[in-house]
Ligand binder design. Structure first.
Ligand code: NAD
Length: 351
């Protein structure tokens, strides 16, 4: 598989780890750091180790979205300082989206920016979080509210990492792949409907990255078209944030996005031309693939989180919505009562 050229950097695929050795030896870096969480240190570092130089330092953090915050980020900065990281040091982010987002943010701000590469180890990070240059952390349970647009120097995707990933994490990552099909490629969506999320064909991962890359290279800073990648995320992020706060039913990112995609397909049907048959098709496909999770948070709390969403304009809640399967528009501002109806639509599915 050929590397995909992104915004000034290559995304390598399949058996890409030996490429890391070349990248490091060509980079003339004074110090190498690996940021991992306890799971990726255990399961993924042994796969990466043969391609690292003899001397490197590991920065390890606790796993989980609840740690994607300023306190843990300060911990990363302190480690870099303690290990005498210099301007020409390299940070290797070895992990899922939490590590690639927070590591990218820590690197992009330390000493006004040091180089970093992404080595995504979850399906979600491979098809989504590691590509596109969005870095960030959460604050006060608002997702990714602090962050930068900073591109990595390279991304290395290798399916070997997925072998130790829990099934629920594979299914979670699959949600973003479904999203790529829904917003840009009906044929790809049809392929995904019948593929097995627990046994992913690397060609599907490649196609997802291709779609994401086409969108982000056209609009790196999300002034316009890139907003279509947020399909399912306005409601999905609110459901995810609230589920993390109330801790009754903490959802994985992809599980929340699956809920968001159903609700936002309903909105797409009501105001953006998505025909009823396609609303049913999307709903059925998602329900078949994802465990149906109840939304336990009340509507007011969900709407309050949505009002903090970065996609809003003058307090109006903004959505990327499908016009049909494989096509999406952005900057659709939706009234609160219709948003509530979309949540009811989802809730009624599981009655
Ligand atoms: P995650 O990073 O928390 O990883 C999920 C779990 O899997 C963690 O417990 C981790 O330790 C473990 N893990 C990782 N790789 C493993 C492996 N190979 N074997 C065994 N265990 C492994 O979560 P995620 O789902 O990868 O990422 C979610 C995050 O990504 C969210 O914070 C979301 O906001 C972010 N995200 C960012 C973007 C972006 O464009 N920057 C896009 C989508 C999502």
């Amino acid at each position: 598989m050929h590397p995909i050229q992104s915004i000034g950097y290559p995304v390598h695929f399949q058996n890409s780890l030996p490429e890391i050795k070349n990248f490091i030896s060509n980079g003339n870096y004074s110090k190498i750091f690996v940021l991992a969480d306890s799971n990726t240190e255990k399961h993924c570092l042994p796969l990466l180790q043969p391609y690292l130089p003899e001397n490197y330092d590991i920065i390890e953090i606790d796993p989980g979205e609840e740690n994607k915050n300023i306190d843990f980020c300060i911990g990363v900065w302190k480690n870099l300082l303690d290990f005498n990281a210099e301007r020409n040091s390299l940070l290797i982010n070895l992990g899922g989206g939490v590590i690639t987002d927070m590591g990218g943010f820590a690197a992009s701000t330390f000493k006004r920016g040091i180089d970093f590469i992404q080595v995504p180890t979850t399906l979600l990070a491979q098809v989504d979080a590691s590509v596109g240059g969005k870095t960030g952390i959460d604050m006060d349970h608002v997702k990714n509210i602090i962050g930068t647009f900073t591109q990595p120097k390279a991304v290395f995707i290798d399916s070997a990492f997925l072998k130790t990933l829990e099934d629920c994490q594979l299914v979670s990552g699959y949600a973003e792949m479904i999203k790529h099909g829904l917003i840009a490629d009906k044929k790809y969506f049809d392929q995904l409907k019948t593929a097995d999320p627990l046994n992913i064909d690397p060609a599907l991962v490649y196609r997802s990255v291709e779609i994401k890359n086409q969108v982000i290279t056209a609009d790196p800073h999300e002034k316009g078209k890139r907003k279509i990648l947020n399909f399912g995320h306005t409601i999905g992020h609110a459901v995810e944030s609230c589920s993390l706060t109330d801790k009754i039913n903490p959802l994985l990112h992809g599980e929340a996005i699956a809920i968001g995609m159903i609700c936002e397909s309903y909105l797409s049907h009501k105001i953006n031309g998505l025909i009823d048959v396609e609303l049913q098709e999307v709903t059925n496909a998602i329900i078949k693939l994802f465990p149906i999770s109840p939304i336990t948070t009340n509507n007011d709390d969900l709407l309050a989180v949505m009002k903090n969403d970065k996609k809003n304009d003058n307090q109006r809640i903004g959505f990327a919505l499908l016009t049909k399967i494989g096509e999406c528009s952005y900057d659709n501002f939706v009234e609160e009562d219709l948003i509530v109806k979309s949540l009811d639509f989802y809730r009624n599915l599981i009655k």
